[in-house]
Design a protein around this ligand. Structure first.
Ligand SMILES: Cc1cc2nc3c(=O)[nH]c(=O)nc-3n(C[C@H](O)[C@H](O)[C@H](O)COP(=O)(O)O)c2cc1C
Length: 244
């Protein structure tokens, strides 16, 4: 049986498609610099939003909305929120890391051609909290899934995305007229870029490095020993299949 035929039967993608999925995952970057000013065309943005909209969601709740922000003055105001929040965060950073923290570029709010706020409407389950009775936060997790879909689709289309979380949420809600029951989950800077860095910015600047996957695997219970073969297999991967 030809390989592609076998793939079709088992439900898995052909090898080129598998490679493409892993490539999007391993070469996705959080982008703060390298944004180009070129506007994104609406057909492309619609495709990315459609990818987001196809994320899994608890009880098929689809709690997300997408606020597109293009206005430069508004973005300047959001950037002011970022600058204030960064000042407030700074004293809570370990003293020996504060100088590095100050140097890091942690947003591209005004340089990117557009910003996108992905929100979670916590009331959208209409008094039927399927999957949320014990774990009401699942709607927020669902919204994060939508963000990740957007991020990966954007990478495949050569569009950079940077997540800015250093913002006072309540101030942002007031600025964007977001109602009480809606949570702004992600503030994203979006646009074409001149390059995607090979490694995370925070790694390149010595803030942190990727933890070895094998060290994160536990067996049967938290901190449970075991799964030696799985850990060996993870260690053998030593990076990513597509060399990101
Ligand atoms: C929930 C969340 C919030 C983040 N907030 C910020 C942020 O405020 N500023 C920033 O520069 N990067 C932010 N990031 C990006 C991370 O720093 C980045 O994902 C991490 O360093 C790994 O780099 P990579 O995404 O390029 O692989 C955020 C990422 C996530 C998932």
């Amino acid at each position: 049986m030809p390989a592609d035929h076998a793939h079709a039967h088992s439900g898995c993608f052909d090898l080129a498609a598998q490679e493409a999925v892993y490539r999007a995952i391993f070469t996705r970057r959080d982008v703060r610099s390298h944004f180009l000013p070129d506007p994104l065309d609406d057909d492309m943005l619609a495709r990315l939003l459609m990818a987001a909209h196809h994320a899994p969601s608890v009880g098929f709740m689809q709690p997300w909305n997408f606020i597109v922000i293009r206005d430069q003055r508004r973005r300047q105001q959001v950037r002011d929120l970022f600058l204030a929040a960064r000042q407030q965060e700074l004293p809570h950073i370990a003293e020996e890391r504060q100088a590095l923290y100050r140097k890091l570029k942690l947003e591209g709010i005004c340089e990117s051609p557009l910003n996108l706020v992905v929100t979670c409407d916590r009331s959208r389950s209409r008094n039927s909290p399927l999957g949320r009775w014990h774990n009401p936060e699942m709607d927020l997790y669902s919204t994060v899934c939508a963000v990740q879909n957007f991020w990966l689709a954007a990478r495949a289309e050569g569009v950079g995305v940077g997540w800015v979380s250093i913002i006072d949420r309540e101030a942002l809600k007031r600025m964007l007229a977001i109602p009480e029951h809606v949570v702004p989950v992600a503030y994203l800077c979006v646009g074409r870029v001149s390059e995607f860095a090979a490694r995370p910015d925070l790694e390149r600047h010595g803030w942190g490095s990727r933890l070895p996957l094998a060290d994160l695997i536990m067996s049967e219970e938290y901190c449970g020993d075991g799964e030696t073969e799985l850990k060996d297999a993870a260690a053998r991967l030593a990076g990513t299949p597509v060399g990101a």
